[in-house]
Design a protein around this ligand. Structure first.
Ligand code: FES
Length: 162
């Protein structure tokens, strides 16, 4: 039996059911299209912002870091050191290909596990493929605490007298 024969054979009740079903299908399609349009519009109107981790952070009071100490802050990828001349902050990211370096306190050396670069505790290259010293970062004092700005690279001889 063909579709035409089915349509001809449809009773008024079946015709009404077909129309109701067709109405529900069209209603559902329009609802889905409307929701899609509303979602896309809201998504378009929202600012496209990347929420990145903070680049300025407090690393403690100066008197908490004794002279001759190099503190490792793994989460912030930072070393904070205190020499007789003052305080400094430097990145833990190797200048070769960006691996995380590690501080060997017993050897007073910073080593990179990836390709074997070594740095002294001032960040100067002593061995390996690293092309540059570890970058020093801006350090200041705010409300009695040391504050590192990891976006601001400073000269290799920068120290903060606090
Ligand atoms: S990434 Fe550090 S030595 Fe290669």
């Amino acid at each position: 039996m063909s579709l035409i024969d089915d349509l001809k054979a449809a009773t008024p009740t079946e015709e009404l059911e077909r129309r109701e079903a067709l109405g529900k299908i069209i209603g559902a399609a329009l609802t889905i299209a409307g929701l899609g349009t509303a979602f896309t519009t809201v998504r378009y109107l929202r600012p496209n912002v990347l929420f990145e981790p903070a680049t300025r952070f407090r690393v403690g009071r100066p008197d908490e870091i004794p002279v001759g100490t190099l503190v490792v802050l793994e989460d912030q990828q930072l070393f904070v050191g205190h020499t007789g001349a003052g305080f400094f902050a430097m990145s833990t990211v190797c200048t070769h290909l960006g691996c995380m370096t590690q501080y060997l306190e017993s050897e007073r050396a910073i080593v990179c596990p990836c390709h074997g670069s070594r740095f002294d505790d001032d960040g100067n290259v002593t061995d390996g493929p690293a092309p540059r010293p570890l970058p020093r970062l801006h350090l200041s004092v705010s409300n009695g605490e040391l504050v590192v700005d990891s976006r601001r690279v400073v000269d290799a001889d920068f120290v903060l007298r606090a």
